[in-house]
Ligand binder design. Structure first.
Ligand code: KIV
Ligand code: ZN
Length: 531
């Protein structure tokens, strides 16, 4: 089948895939060793549990001989997880193998991952070893590891820059010594999809005993080709892919798990393989990683970025409203997003505006819609994104950029380890009234929202809270987005500040002011009067 024959209907059921590709997650090892992504033991265990839920086959939990912390994290994960294979990394030296054996002792399913560099550059400058010495070291390490482990993986570090015939010799010896998985790392992210496919095909033809082993791939993203190279390896017969959530890892990172998995699933008719991943857990797992490391997910990141299922252009929105398959090849629900998002901005059209207004309870007739649309375009030219609050204001004929009537005059919030958060606020109304209230809540943000709700005499319930850095550095601006339930509706508010609690308070105040401004007129009545 060629690309142009591919089904355009996202609901079409692909033929049942035959062979299983193992997903080997190394977020906790290769990912965690990258700057900005280090995690403590508790965080590692939380991520490991989430990876288990996600359905990964192998979790590389760490490198036990790297530090006591790594050893303990591997041991904890080995003790706690029952479903996946828990794996740990070791150099081809006795002390590393023993450390892995001890750390992985409690695991239900365990694997040691031995590695040794094989390329001429590494042999000469890093190892100072001949070809024969490299093979001898690898064989001795694998044999010694087999005394502790049934499941041994051997990686030829920098495999891609290794002479193909020598690499085949190394892997033949590794399999004869007892390795069940031979891994082909593109350690420096140098290869291309066709070269990777040729290399896998070559190894399948020339490695003795290859039918007894699984060929694995481990691609780095220095040229942005890690996922493409991993997929090319699968197409050529690799049956394990090493990857990380969000593509985190050394330098530019590793192949991104969610992209590999969704490519294999979305184009199942091309690859004819399946994975054991519950794709609906992809986004929640990526969000957890982001929370644990404090690193945001890029907005335009494939599969898990905020924009992955967001559409702003009028032409795209029109297509999406007619049939989602026009501009979406995956269903957002299938990767754990709640739904596609039609973002209203200067490129949006009337069709999307009408739909969004209907969702907010406004059903303007054609002349009313014309008037709202004209004002919407003027606003969208000034603002990057038009939010529900702006639309409500436009629909009822208010100035969407007006703030108030309540303004924040004082804010104090505190949190207590293992306990509730508390907050006190003082609001001042445009007519001069002041309202002071305090509240406790489930954390300081919830407490701030409750205090503001009390001050304006409304019951406000927090349904969602997100924070995103808009700038970098110590005085970075953060944008807080709150979902707030009031009566039977959930309203979104946004606030920006260098202080995240203040940003959340401003977001809560935005919602509070919308409620105030809308009262007492019902929206449709107000709409009729306004236009
Ligand atoms: O990139 C690499 O070569 C590695 C090995 C340890 C597999 O991470
Ligand atoms: Zn690596």
């Amino acid at each position: 089948m060629t690309d142009s024959d591919a089904p355009s209907d996202v609901n079409a059921t692909p033929p049942a895939p035959a062979e299983r590709v193992r997903i080997f997650d190394t977020s906790l090892r290769d990912g965690e060793q990258a700057p900005g992504f280090s995690m403590g033991r508790a965080a590692k265990l939380r991520l490991a549990r989430s990876l288990e839920e996600l359905g990964v086959d192998v979790i590389e939990a760490g490198f036990p001989s790297a530090s006591d912390g790594d050893f303990e994290a591997v041991q904890t994960i080995a003790r706690e997880l029952r479903k996946p294979v828990v794996c740990a990394l070791a150099r081809c030296v006795a002390t590393d193998i023993e450390a892995c054996a001890r750390a992985l002792e409690p695991a239900a399913h365990r694997r040691i991952h031995l590695f040794l560099a094989t390329s001429p550059l590494h042999r000469e400058f890093k190892l100072n070893m001949s070809r024969e010495q490299v093979i001898d070291n690898a064989v001795r390490a694998i044999e010694s590891a087999r005394r502790h482990f049934d499941d041994v993986e051997f990686s030829a570090e920098d495999a891609i820059r290794t002479e193909p015939d020598y690499l085949a010799e190394v892997f033949s010896a590794a399999i004869a010594a007892g390795a069940g998985t031979v891994n082909v790392p593109d350690t420096v992210g140098y290869t291309t999809p066709t070269e990777m496919a040729e290399r896998i095909a070559y190894l399948r033809r020339h490695v003795r005993g290859i039918e007894r082993a699984v060929i694995s791939t481990h691609c780095h993203d220095d040229l942005g080709l890690a996922v493409a190279n991993s997929l090319a390896a699968v197409a050529a017969g690799a049956r394990q892919v090493e990857c990380t959530i969000g593509g985190i890892g050394e330098r530019a990172g590793n192949a991104s798990l969610e992209e590999v998995v969704m490519a294999l699933a979305t184009r199942a008719e091309r690859f004819g393989v399946s994975t054991g991943i519950d794709t609906r857990k992809l986004y929640p797992t990526a969000r957890l990683l982001s929370q644990l490391t404090g690193q945001p997910i890029a907005r335009n990141k494939a599969v898990i970025g905020e924009n992955a299922f967001a559409h702003e252009s009028g032409i795209h929105q029109h297509g999406m409203l007619k049939h989602r398959g026009t501009y979406e090849i995956m269903k957002p629900e299938d990767v754990g997003f709640s739904r596609s998002q039609l973002v209203l901005g200067k490129h949006s059209g009337r069709h999307a505006l009408r739909e969004r207004l209907a969702g907010l309870g406004f059903t303007p007739d054609e002349p009313q819609l014309d008037a709202i649309f004209t004002r919407f375009k003027t606003l969208a030219d000034r603002k990057r994104e038009v939010f529900d609050s702006d639309l409500e204001a436009l629909a009822v004929g208010r100035d969407p950029e007006a703030v108030g009537p309540w303004h924040l005059e004082h804010l104090h919030a505190s949190s207590h380890l293992g306990g509730n958060g508390s907050a006190s606020v003082r609001l001042v109304h445009e007519d001069g009234r002041r309202a002071s209230e305090a509240a406790i809540g489930d954390g300081p943000i919830d407490a701030v929202l409750r205090a503001i709700g009390r001050a304006i005499g409304r019951e406000l319930e927090l349904t969602d809270f997100q924070i995103r850095a808009l700038t970098q550095g110590g005085d970075a601006q953060g944008q807080a987005t709150l979902g707030v339930r009031h009566q039977d509706r959930v309203l979104q508010g946004r606030g920006v500040s260098t202080d995240i609690v203040e940003a959340a308070a401003l977001a809560a105040l935005e919602v509070a002011n919308r409620i105030e401004r809308a009262a007492p007129a019902a929206p449709l009545r107000a709409l009729a009067q306004a236009i």
